[in-house]
Design a protein around this ligand. Structure first.
Ligand code: HEC
Ligand code: HEC
Ligand code: HEC
Ligand code: HEC
Ligand code: HEC
Ligand code: HEC
Length: 424
């Protein structure tokens, strides 16, 4: 009686055994590669499709077990190679971050080539910068860039490098991967959320103690906690609300580390040499690469950034690919503003609106560009009425000055604060 039952149940058992093996395989190989899925994205997705293929095959398993086992071996080799890739990547990463080799005599790459965005200026190319530059170049090009420095700056910073080929290969591997996955996510938002929830919990605890538990002897303690956490929470919400849509102090990283401090400051280049439409046009304009090349045909190395940043200028000029500068100042569409009116006619200094640009390494928005900001300046700023031919047709104002009835004309007096002047 036992035999037929066993026979009847064999396919089912086989099925579940194979399922179990598959599950184990997935547990052993699948989960670790999922954890690092951001690092080996293309491979895991491939593996995932393979496993699903295997899974669908299991339904047919009773009829064709040999096919499944061959599929499993495919799966295993795929997993093994993804494992090797992962190993290479993490070696490269550890090398880049200075954890390898143990007896290193030079600084780690990451100490100069930042992985994350930093608020302070870093003249060195970021890790992402070099990753993108060498992504489509072969190892030899990368190796000679790192090991055979050309230029004064590079010779100074990349000195005493003793790096074996096989190690540098893993670094290139890591950087290539970085170029496709992007830099690791940064944490400030998470700490903000933790702080926020922490404060809410504190507030609730203090409130509960005050109302029900009365565990803390001195009433002032929970009251103080309540007030402080409430104050901090209000401040967090308020700053978040005000920042919405306003971009004062906005200072994004630009595709080229162009410094106004180096150009307008140290080298005293006139603002209007580069922003040459400011005097006559609505917009001040951003200079083209051709204009940069007026000087950078000769100046090929900067004292802060070496050759790296200027080589971007040269390349952009050669390929005629426009540089994607990130726009900083941006009025809403319903507001009309003209540089010509302010710079050309009213002779307002750039500084009054844009602040100490000649001291900025990274361009930063100096004013909030709010309506109140425009209006206030128009109320305060005197217009040089007498010596400017532009104002000749304001006959009655000239008469008022001559007769001594008024002695100064401010922007507001000639209609600068009429709604229609700024809003279409
Ligand atoms: C050598 C050329 C050059 C000179 C000189 C120069 N700039 Fe610029 N300026 C640029 C470039 C390139 C950008 C775009 C990159 C950036 O934002 O840093 C720019 C951006 C700006 C911006 C921000 C534009 C935006 O996106 O909103 C302002 C404002 C500005 N410049 C003002 C000035 C002032 C004021 C001076 C004189 C003190 C000056 N610039 C001198 C080249 C120049
Ligand atoms: C009128 C000449 C002139 C023009 C125009 C000019 N530059 Fe420069 N630039 C210089 C000089 C001089 C240096 C400083 C070299 C040094 O540090 O010794 C420099 C340095 C630089 C540096 C390296 C900074 C450092 O110290 O490492 C970059 C990047 C740069 N320029 C980008 C630009 C870009 C982009 C433009 C066009 C928007 C531009 N330059 C236009 C003269 C010019
Ligand atoms: C002490 C600081 C410092 C350290 C450490 C450092 N670098 Fe650099 N690296 C620089 C600077 C600065 C430049 C740009 C200099 C230039 O272009 O003139 C640069 C440029 C590069 C470039 C681009 C060269 C080019 O012009 O295209 C590569 C690639 C590079 N570094 C890789 C590495 C690697 C890999 C390591 C670790 C083994 C490393 N760097 C360690 C400072 C450093
Ligand atoms: C009265 C204030 C004021 C003065 C003076 C002024 N700007 Fe501006 N600037 C602005 C405002 C506002 C914007 C934003 C314009 C927009 O979004 O349409 C701006 C934008 C810019 C931009 C970004 C590109 C553009 O034109 O939109 C540059 C570059 C710039 N200014 C350079 C200069 C330079 C150089 C000077 C001096 C020659 C100058 N500005 C004088 C208020 C001013
Ligand atoms: C630093 C002072 C200052 C700031 C800030 C300023 N302006 Fe002005 N504005 C002037 C002066 C001075 C005049 C008078 C020039 C004239 O009209 O001949 C003027 C005139 C004008 C006029 C022309 C009025 C006419 O005669 O037709 C307009 C439009 C204008 N401003 C718009 C703006 C806008 C929009 C903003 C804010 C984004 C702004 N201004 C910010 C100083 C300023
Ligand atoms: C000197 C220029 C100027 C004049 C005059 C002016 N505005 Fe504005 N207005 C602005 C600017 C700049 C903004 C954009 C403010 C911002 O984005 O924060 C604005 C925004 C607004 C908005 C949108 C609200 C907002 O915060 O975006 C309204 C509504 C408005 N103005 C109405 C008026 C009325 C009504 C008048 C006449 C009494 C007037 N404005 C006169 C410059 C001006």
């Amino acid at each position: 009686m036992g035999r037929p039952i066993l026979l009847r149940h064999l396919p089912l058992r086989l099925k579940s055994t194979i399922n179990l093996v598959l599950l184990l395989l997935l547990l052993i190989f699948g989960i670790p590669s999922n954890v690092h899925s951001s690092e080996v994205k293309p491979d895991t997705s491939k593996v995932a499709t393979d496993t699903s293929k295997v899974k669908s095959d299991t339904s047919k398993v009773a009829s064709d077990t040999s096919k499944v086992s061959s599929d499993i071996s495919v799966l295993v080799t795929e997993e093994a190679s993804s494992h090797a890739i992962h190993e290479e990547l993490s070696r490269g990463e550890r090398y880049f971050k200075g954890l390898l080799p143990v007896n290193r005599k030079f600084e780690s790459c990451v100490s100069c080539h930042n992985l994350n965005h930093s608020d302070t200026l870093n003249w060195n190319p970021s890790a992402m910068d070099i990753a993108v530059k060498y992504k489509n170049k072969d190892f030899a090009a990368f190796q000679s860039a790192v090991m055979k420095p050309n230029g004064n700056k590079l010779a100074e910073v990349h000195k005493n490098f003793e790096i074996e080929d096989k190690d540098l290969k893993t670094v290139k591997y890591y950087l290539d991967n970085l170029a496709t996955t992007g830099p690791p996510a940064v944490g400030p938002t998470v700490t903000q959320i933790i702080l926020f929830t922490g404060l809410v919990v504190l507030l609730l605890l203090a409130l509960l103690d005050l109302m029900f538990f009365h565990k803390i002897k001195f009433k002032t303690v929970p009251v103080l906690i309540l007030l402080i956490s409430l104050g901090l929470l209000t401040k967090m919400v308020a700053t978040a609300a005000i920042d919405l849509g306003r971009t004062k102090d906005y200072a994004p990283d630009q595709p080229i580390k162009f410094s106004h401090k180096v150009h307008a400051g140290a080298n005293r280049i006139d603002c209007k040499y580069c922003h040459h439409t400011a005097e006559f046009g609505k917009s001040a304009g951003i200079p083209s690469m051709q204009l940069c090349m007026n000087c950078h045909v000769l100046v090929r190395e900067g004292s802060h950034s070496g050759k790296f940043e200027i080589s971007k200028v040269i390349e952009a000029n050669e390929t005629q690919k426009p540089v994607q500068w990130i726009r900083i100042h941006n009025l809403p569409d319903h507001v009309f503003f003209s540089h010509a009116q302010h710079v050309g006619i009213a002779k307002v200094d750039c500084k009054q609106c844009h602040g100490p640009v000649a001291e900025m390494d990274i361009m930063r928005q100096n004013s909030d560009l709010s309506m109140g900001w425009c209006i206030n300046c128009h109320r305060q700023t005197k217009v040089n009425f007498k010596d400017n031919a532009y104002y000749d047709n304001y006959k009655n104002l000239h008469d008022l000055i001559k007769s001594g009835k008024i002695d100064t004309i401010r922007a507001v007096n000639i209609g600068a604060n009429d709604c229609m002047r700024c809003h279409y």
